[in-house]
Design a protein around this ligand. Structure first.
Ligand SMILES: NC(=O)c1ccc[n+]([C@@H]2O[C@H](COP(=O)([O-])OP(=O)(O)OC[C@H]3O[C@@H](n4cnc5c(N)ncnc54)[C@H](OP(=O)(O)O)[C@@H]3O)[C@@H](O)[C@H]2O)c1
Length: 433
């Protein structure tokens, strides 16, 4: 600069002509980098150091920028002794949230199907010429007349197998050894009234841990009273409700078992009282784990229905549902304690033959075709004024029902109900909402 012109631009252009496309400025800042960028349009110019950051960081950043812009730094010089490893760098901790063995039956090709696929392709495309060639016959009018029927049949079968793939049923899987119940704090046992049964459950808990605290929530108990009582109870490690056992009608509600109403109250009151200990609801004979296992107490099954909704709405304070045998012998008592001591299974049946967990499995299609249902006379549709109810009602009207009774809380005031009734009547069916 002092003695003669540096001719920086000429220097950069010469380098560029010689094939240099990447420039690294070795110096205390980025002045020359900026000048270089000013001389050339398409070039990579990176300063090794920056006035505003520590040297180490600036050099590594420069290397990184060079790397992402196509240069190949010698990483070995930067991190001696390092070597490449294959991705991923950790084992994925995968957790499945869908059903096992859940292959889409419509997508799984049968080898025999593969062989036939050319034939069915021609059918589906209604391509008479190619079908005739496949069959070795002439493409005459009779073949063309048959084709649309064949392709409709094919389409129907395909649709049916897709729909069949959506069918599931419940099954009960024997559970392996459950962990031995460990020592924990006392449980809260909630009963509608004391009985031999509640005593045997209390004894089972006492045999495998501290004696439980018992709360009697008999008829007349309400949410607020229950909340007050719960607030007075010290910390518990879990809540076991035997309320479902009481199948007598709730006061003023002849169709509602007290046990179910009280289970709802208890669930609400536990929330009100801020008790987060897991709630387990016990039933007896409310589920059938197989053909030879009798479902003796369908009224208690309602607690299972309620429990599955509660489990979804309050997962953080839900324990599970447990169906117990009529007699709680020593083995069943140990199993009860083991079930209460774990959190992996939340729908469990204890039987003489072991402990069973509820599972959803694919329902295989019955070998014989389903019988069509032809509605006759009057058909009652509960929730008939709703979205699905409307579809069902239209279908029934077209399928032969003479009268439809649609129910809902609001009756004709439900949105669209009046229009639906008018439309159905127009089609010739009598409608009562
Ligand atoms: N739509 C879907 O795609 C779909 C899919 C899977 C499952 N589902 C289930 O199928 C059922 C019907 O679905 P949707 O879509 O048709 O529901 P929606 O349009 O809300 O219809 C519900 C119907 O039930 C009546 N209803 C609601 N609460 C009632 C009560 N306490 N007592 C008597 N009637 C009552 C409603 O009338 P009021 O309100 O006047 O009582 C209405 O007629 C629901 O359980 C829904 O969860 C629906």
């Amino acid at each position: 600069h002092v003695r003669e012109a540096v001719r920086f631009a000429d220097g950069v252009h010469t380098l560029h002509e010689l094939g240099v496309t990447t420039f690294v400025e070795i110096g205390p800042g980025g002045v020359l980098t900026a000048l270089t960028q000013g001389c050339l349009d398409d070039t990579v110019a990176v300063p090794a150091l920056r006035g505003d950051r520590p040297e180490g960081q600036a050099v590594v950043s420069a290397l990184a920028e060079l790397y992402v812009r196509g240069a190949s730094p010698d990483w070995g010089a930067l991190v001696p002794g390092a070597h490449r490893i294959a991705l991923p760098t950790y084992a994925f901790q995968r957790e499945r949230y869908w059903l096992a063995g859940d292959e889409d039956p419509a997508a799984v090709g049968d080898p025999a199907d593969a062989a036939d696929s050319g034939f069915w392709d021609s059918v589906e495309r209604e391509d008479a010429a190619s079908l005739a060639a496949t069959l070795g016959v002439s493409a005459d009018a009779s073949l063309s007349a048959l084709l649309p029927r064949l392709s409709a049949w094919r389409r129907q079968r395909r649709e049916r197998s897709v729909v069949d793939g959506w069918r599931y049923r419940v099954t009960w899987k024997p559970l392996g050894a459950l962990p031995r119940p460990g020592a924990a704090g006392p449980w809260l046992l909630v009963v509608a009234r004391e009985s031999e049964w509640t005593a045997s459950v209390r004894a089972a808990l006492t045999d495998h841990g501290p004696a439980p605290v018992t709360l009697v929530a008999g008829p007349g108990t309400d949410r607020r009273a229950l909340t007050r009582e719960l607030a007075g109870i010290g910390p518990v490690s879990g809540v076991l409700s035997l309320l479902a056992e009481d199948e007598t009608a709730a006061a003023g509600h002849p169709g509602l078992p007290y046990g179910l109403a009280a289970t709802l109250c208890l669930t609400q009151a536990l929330g009100d009282a801020g008790i987060d200990a897991p709630l387990w609801c016990a039933t007896r004979g409310a589920v059938a784990t197989g053909r030879s296992d009798r479902l003796d107490r369908p009224l208690q099954s309602q607690v299972w229905g309620f429990g599955r909704a509660a489990a979804l709405e309050h997962p953080q304070r839900w324990g599970g549902l447990i169906d117990l045998p009529d007699l709680l012998d020593a083995r069943a008592a140990t199993r009860l304690a083991a079930v209460l001591g774990q959190r992996a299974e939340d729908q469990v049946a204890v039987r003489a033959s072991g402990v069973y967990g509820r599972r959803l499995v694919r329902a295989t299609r019955a070998a014989h075709p389903a019988r069509e249902w032809s509605p006759r006379g009057t058909v009652l549709i509960t929730g008939g004024t709703g979205a699905l109810g409307g579809h069902v009602a239209r279908w029934l009207a077209g399928a032969g029902a003479e009268q439809l009774v649609l129910t809902g809380r609001r009756g004709l005031d439900a949105p669209g109900a009046a229009a639906l009734a008018a439309e159905l009547e127009e089609s010739g069916v009598r409608v009562t909402v």
